[in-house]
Ligand binder design. Sequence first.
Ligand code: XUL
Ligand code: CO
Length: 456
Amino acid sequence: MSVPPHAATLARNRVEKSMTAFPEVSKIQYEGPQSDNPLAFRWYNPDEVVAGKTMKDHLRFTVTYWHTFRGTGSDPFGGGTMQRPWDDGSESVENACNRARAAFEFFEKLDAPFYAFHDRDVAPEGGSLSETNANLDAVAKVLKEEQERTGVKLLWGTANMFSNPRFMHGAATTCNVEVFAYAAAQVKKALEVTKELGGENYVFWGGREGYQCLYNTDMKRELDHLGQFFHMAVDYAKEIGFTGQFLIEPKPKEPTKHQYDSDAAACLNFLRSYDLTDHFKLNIETNHATLAGHEMMHELEYAGMQGALGSIDANTGDLLLGWDTDQFATNYYLTTQTMLVLLKYGLAPGGVNFDAKVRRESFEPIDLFYAHIGSMDAFARGLKVAAKIMEDGALQNLVDNRYSSWDGDLGKKIEAGNMSFAELEKLMLEKGDAASNGSGRQELLENIVNRYVDNA
Ligand code: XUL
Ligand code: CO
């Protein structure tokens, strides 16, 4: 990294370090399910062992910088509402450094082991790419100091290639070759910073990689460019020795009407087509799954069964709203379903990343704690419920039973690829009809899940 040009600023920030952003909050402790302390965990007990591992290691909770420290509460109908006393609202490097220190105070008090950021969340853009890079270096230095001081680690870094108007037609899929070059430079730098900070993953969410109108779009050319872009990222990671996991985050729409990485299946098809499956896994986000018309459990299972489940962006949408509301998940059924799949396939080096924002009406700093504590508890509870269901084989026994006809000779031969249509026809002509079906037992299974949610 180059030497930061803001030495005086950094010196002043070191003095300000003694100030506290959340004076009314001390470190959040586990108090157990009976606690009515809103600033305590009722279920998340980091050192408690569940299914052979501590909760902390299973869940790898991550705070997102963009929502929690850059979210203003603005929406298309009104401006920001958030009270953030540590932030002077300016786009200065000094303010970015103060904000970084407030962020680490939050991570530490929340007992969150990880955080994640976009390059532009943590440091302001300058007048040129080199100024922008120098700003990022200056703030990354503070981030590194704070990581060392607190032990909080970077789950992943990423590049924001969607906010600046230069990316209006896309980044890697733009029609403007120089914007493609700029995006390459930006990812190169973001990879260097992610490596410098020990990031365990690097995420690509294709913010504007899609289209608004097919009349003006050469889809094949855009997808070829995206494939090339990812290969360049893989090559550069190798060159600098970045060994973190690359992740693609599917989302079907918003901001574009169609995003190329629309769901897990589309991403995997893309990765296979461009010979990238060895280098990428998926970062599955709950609200993106529902925008794609899928349940979170579907997206997780689809990625997991193909060895491509990398990490999750944990949030939820609102059934009555059709957009990406990025709310904190508190529903035990959702967290149980999520944890059932995560326990099956494993998560590390990914994590449970709260890509979620407090509502614009929840504008006080303390609301950030309530939001994260509630969702951490919901995931911890979901983990316990899912672990118990799995330990007892409560769902698996019924699933195994449902498919038991495949365990006989006929099923084994078909699954091994040793039967033809003609042989199967001969068998059915002899038998006259297939054996009768068993019940699917959906209602019974739903009742069983309820019983575990009640008792775990
Ligand atoms: C947008 C979204 C992003 C990615 C990171 O919907 O989820 O915040 O997680 O770029
Ligand atoms: Co996300």
